[in-house]
Design a protein around this ligand. Structure first.
Ligand SMILES: *Cc1c(COP(=O)(O)O)cnc(C)c1O
Length: 361
């Protein structure tokens, strides 16, 4: 196999173990003579896979009995609408913390459906940091507080979550779900499009507090109600079977490799290596993010000129490292180093960055 080091932000690199298993089982899954894409979602084989994937999420996070795992479609973007549809009551309002493009989109959707206010923002600082807890101003009557745990485009990340004083906490964890252990039971709802850290595009993992779902609005279309999916274990309609299968393979890989504690150690080491190179070359590389807000998943950095950035991306590609161009809305460079990125890939990039600075600085 000829694989590159893939630094794309999403869809992103998957663990080789997960891909190889899929390749081996593609034409004949579990002796059925079919692939997982061709078999009924009501078959006992699919049912077992579906529930194994759910149980693995619960087990890795230590979820309590009131938290339910869902596999939905429509991406994280549909969650921007489903959350307010379900949980903002008539005449009510929700609080949002605005830390970049994805939060801004979530706020826009909430405002189409109901009322939403900003309980904090780092927009005046160009989203280069996460607001301090002391800057947050929560409405005690808000239906919920929404935050984006990792800002994929800006390269910022919440390292601790604020206390909301009893108001339900909701998080978009699309780009850092399962990167480390955390108290998921504190959250009333978590959603994550799988294609960054947990699998391929096509499935969105949602964790929701069942007792909260019981209070949700029920005058909205059936498929948009969380209650529908909780009741039917995400088998109300055809689930994205192949995407769920790949997520299961990735979850097994996480478990086989020591679970979330091991993921955190591995991820911190990788991020430290890259930020170390950036900080050691202050005249050449610059990370626009405030130190305490740096993301362990998406390392963004600038070079002295846009021309050098273009050359950097090009030469990296020639050396087997792809996906290093920053998001088109902000420019610069970005190395996405999710769970699946091997330390060896990061080491290869770090050495390339050192050599590039020496040659062009
Ligand atoms: C990628 C991303 C999204 C959008 O996800 P889709 O699955 O494409 O809808 C939302 N939020 C964050 C934080 C993301 O990184």
């Amino acid at each position: 196999m000829s694989r590159v080091w893939n630094f794309y932000a999403g869809p992103a690199m998957l663990p080789e173990q997960a891909i190889v298993q899929a390749k081996e089982e593609l034409t004949d899954w579990l002796g059925t003579g079919m692939s997982v894409m061709e078999i009924s979602h009501r078959s006992k084989e699919y049912d077992a896979l579906h529930h194994e994937a759910m149980s693995l999420v619960s087990e890795l996070l230590g979820l309590d009995d009131d938290h339910h795992v869902l596999f939905l479609q429509g991406g994280a973007s549909l969650q921007f609408a489903m959350v307010p549809y379900n949980f903002i009551p008539k005449g009510g309002s929700a609080d949002y913390i605005n830390t970049g493009a994805w939060s801004t989109k979530a706020i826009k959707e909430a405002k189409i459906i109901a009322a939403a206010r900003e309980a904090g923002t780092s927009e005046p600082d160009n989203f280069t940091r996460i607001p301090a807890f002391s800057e947050l101003d929560f409405d005690p009557n808000a239906a919920y507080v929404h935050l984006t745990s990792n800002n994929t485009i800006r390269g910022t990340q919440w390292h601790e979550f604020p206390s909301t004083g009893g108001v339900p906490l909701v998080a978009d964890m699309s780009s850092d779900f399962l990167w480390r252990p955390f108290d998921a039971n504190r959250f009333s709802l978590i959603y994550a499009g799988a294609q960054k850290n947990v699998g391929p595009a096509g499935v969105t993992i949602v964790i929701v507090r069942k007792s909260w779902v019981e209070t949700a609005n029920d005058d909205i279309p059936t498929l948009l109600q969380y209650a529908t999916h909780v009741k039917k274990d995400s088998l109300f309609n055809t689930p994205p079977c192949f995407a769920v299968y790949m997520v299961r393979n990735v979850l097994r890989w996480i478990k086989d490799n020591g679970g979330l504690t091991a993921m955190e150690a591995r991820n911190r080491k990788k991020a430290d290596r890259l930020y170390g190179v950036i900080d050691a070359h202050p005249d050449f590389y610059r990370c626009p993010v405030e130190k305490g807000s740096r993301s362990m998943m998406n390392v963004v950095f600038r070079l002295p000129s846009e021309e050098l950035e273009a050359t950097f991306v090009e030469e990296a590609k020639a050396n087997g490292m792809v996906g290093l161009k920053g998001h088109r809305s902000v420019g610069g460079c970005r190395a996405s180093i999710y769970n699946a990125m091997e330390p060896e890939g990061v080491e290869t990039l770090a050495q390339f960055m050192e050599a590039f600075a020496r040659a062009n600085g």
